[in-house]
Design a protein around this ligand. Structure first.
Ligand SMILES: CC(=O)N[C@H]1[C@@H](OP(=O)(O)OP(=O)(O)OC[C@H]2O[C@@H](n3ccc(=O)[nH]c3=O)[C@H](O)[C@@H]2O)O[C@H](CO)[C@@H](O)[C@@H]1O
Ligand SMILES: C=C(OP(=O)(O)O)C(=O)O
Length: 421
C-alpha cells in the first residue's frame, strides 16, 4: 500500500530533473526482445513501477535483464527467450505488457497474452493490434481472458488504424520490422514517443520511413541487432512539474534535454504562466492569478489526454469557468469527485467537464483512481490548505519516478508512505 501525504502552501522553487518517458521506454523494452544478437542498453530509464513490471515480464519470458537504478540504465539480453506466456499476475498490472507480443511472435512463433493492464479509463480496446497481426498473417484466438496469437512468419500488408493508436502503431511497426516484404500503416500515431521508438528500431537495423506523417512504411528485414539508446524525456512528467510551479506561484527550471511541451505550454501561457527557454533549460514561473482555460484532448499534436487530469486541478485554481472536453477515453473523469472533496467545483456531463474556479482547496483524504488522477491530486495537495492524504499511490508510482524527493527538493512538503496491505 502506497500513500502520499502532502501539506500545501509552499511555492515550488528550484530545478526539476525530468525523467525519461514511460511511454517510450516500455515499447523499447519490447523492441529489445526482438533481437537475439547481443545485449541492448537503454539509458535515461525512469525508475517507475511500470518499468519494474516490464523487467519482471521480460524475465518471465526468458530475457536476462539488469536494471541499474542509480545509473538509470537497463541492460537486456534476449538471446534465450523460452516462454511465449505473458503471465496474468504481471501483465495485468500495466498496459505496456501488450508491447511484448511482436517479439514473442517473431522469436517463438506465438504469444499467449493472459491479460493486459493499465489505467482504468473506460474502454481500452486492442482490436487494431489483433486485426493488424491477422492482416500480417497471424492467427489470433481471442478467448474470454487469454489471447493466443500464432504465426510461423509474418508477411507485409497494408494496415489501417481507425484512430491513431499509440501502442497499436508501435506494435504493428515491430511486427512489420521482421515481416517479409513491405507494410504500410495508415493513420499511424504521431506521438514523439513513437518517433523515439522508430529511432531505436532504425538503429537496430529496421527500415522504417514516414514516422510523424501518419503513413508509415516498413520494409521487413531478416534480423535486428542490439543497440544502445537514450530514452527521450517524459513530456507528461515535465508538464506536471510546470503545473506544480504554476499553482504554487513558484519558479522552476525544467532540466531534460530537448523538452518541448507544445500545446501544454501554450495553454498554460494563456492561463498566465510564464515560460522562458534558456538554452537547454525551460524555466516556468507564475506570479499572478491564473485565468480559466478551454481544453479539448486529442492525439498528438493535440492536448495529451494524460495531462487532462492535472490540468483539471490547475483549472480549479483559476479565476473563472474552464471547460474540458475529453475525446480519447470515455472514463477519465474519476478525478472530479475527488477534487470536489477538497472544495473544487467540477461538474461532469458525459465527455465534458465544467470547472468553476477559483475555489480554495482544503486538504482531504482522497483516492487516486489512475496514474494521472493521482498526480492531479498531488498537485491539488500542493495548493491546498492543510494536509491531503492520497491513497492508491502505487498508481502514481507507475509513471513518476522518485516523486516525493524530487518535489521536496523544490520545497514541497510531501512524503510517500509504504505499508503492508
Ligand atoms: C503505454 C502507453 O503508451 N500508454 C499511452 C497510450 O495508451 P494506448 O496505446 O493504450 O492508447 P491508444 O492510443 O491505443 O487508445 C486511444 C483510444 O483508441 C481506442 N482504441 C485503441 C486501440 C485499439 O485497438 N482500439 C481502440 O478502439 C482506445 O479504446 C482509446 O479510446 O496512449 C494513450 C493515449 O495517448 C495514453 O493515454 C497512454 O498513456
Ligand atoms: C493511461 C496511461 O498509461 P497506461 O496506458 O500505461 O495505462 C497514462 O500514462 O496516463
Amino acid at each position: 500500500m502506497v500513500r502520499y501525504r502532502v501539506r500545501g502552501g509552499n511555492p515550488l522553487r528550484g530545478t526539476a530533473f525530468i525523467q525519461g518517458a514511460k511511454n517510450a521506454v516500455l515499447p523499447m523494452i519490447g523492441a529489445a526482445l526482438l533481437t537475439a544478437q547481443g545485449r541492448t542498453v537503454l539509458r535515461n530509464v525512469p525508475i517507475i513501477e511500470d518499468v519494474r513490471r516490464a523487467v519482471e515480464l521480460a524475465t518471465a519470458v526468458g530475457a536476462g535483464v539488469e536494471l541499474h537504478e542509480s545509473e538509470r540504465t537497463l541492460v537486456i539480453d534476449a538471446s534465450r527467450l523460452h516462454s511465449p506466456v505473458l503471465p496474468a499476475q504481471i501483465a495485468r498490472r500495466f498496459r505496456g505488457s501488450v508491447l511484448f507480443t511482436p517479439a514473442l511472435l517473431h522469436r517463438l512463433g506465438e504469444a499467449i497474452v493472459e491479460g493486459v493492464g493499465g489505467c482504468n479509463l473506460g474502454s481500452r480496446n486492442l482490436d487494431f493490434h489483433y486485426l493488424g497481426y491477422k492482416r500480417l498473417g497471424a492467427v489470433v484466438d481471442e478467448g474470454e481472458t487469454v489471447i493466443h496469437v500464432k504465426a510461423s512468419g509474418l508477411t507485409g500488408a497494408t494496415l489501417y488504424l481507425d484512430t491513431p493508436s499509440h501502442t497499436g502503431t508501435e506494435n504493428l511497426i515491430m511486427a512489420a520490422a521482421l515481416a517479409k516484404g513491405t507494410t504500410v500503416i495508415e493513420n499511424a500515431a504521431l506521438e514523439p514517443e513513437v518517433l523515439d521508438v522508430i529511432d531505436m528500431l532504425t538503429k537496430m537495423g529496421a527500415r522504417i520511413s514516414g514516422g510523424g506523417t501518419g503513413f508509415i512504411t516498413v520494409e521487413g528485414v531478416e534480423e535486428l541487432h542490439a543497440v544502445e539508446h537514450t530514452v527521450m524525456p517524459d513530456r507528461l512528467d515535465a508538464g506536471v512539474f510546470a503545473m506544480a510551479a504554476a499553482i504554487t506561484q513558484g519558479e522552476v527550471s525544467l532540466v531534460g534535454t530537448g523538452l518541448d511541451l507544445g500545446v501544454v505550454r501554450y495553454k498554460l501561457e494563456q492561463m498566465g504562466v510564464d515560460f522562458a527557454r534558456q538554452g537547454a533549460v525551460l524555466q516556468v514561473r507564475c506570479d499572478r492569478p491564473l485565468r480559466p482555460i478551454n481544453i479539448i484532448t486529442d492525439t498528438y499534436p493535440g492536448f495529451a489526454t494524460d495531462l487532462q487530469s492535472p490540468m483539471m486541478t490547475v483549472a480549479a485554481l483559476a479565476d473563472g469557468t474552464s471547460y474540458i472536453h475529453e475525446r480519447i477515453f470515455d472514463g477519465r473523469f474519476a478525478l472530479a469527485a475527488e477534487l470536489n472533496k477538497m472544495g473544487a467545483n467540477v461538474e461532469v456531463a458525459g465527455s465534458r467537464a465544467i470547472v468553476r474556479g477559483a475555489t480554495p482547496l482544503t486538504g482531504a483524504h482522497v483516492t487516486a483512481h489512475d496514474l494521472r488522477s493521482g498526480i492531479a491530486l498531488v498537485l491539488a495537495g500542493l495548493a491546498a490548505k492543510g494536509e491531503t492524504v492520497i491513497d492508491s499511490g502505487y498508481l502514481i508510482d507507475r509513471g513518476h519516478a522518485h516523486l516525493a524527493p524530487r518535489m521536496r527538493a523544490l520545497g514541497a512538503d510531501i512524503t510517500q508512505e509504504i505499508s503492508e496491505p
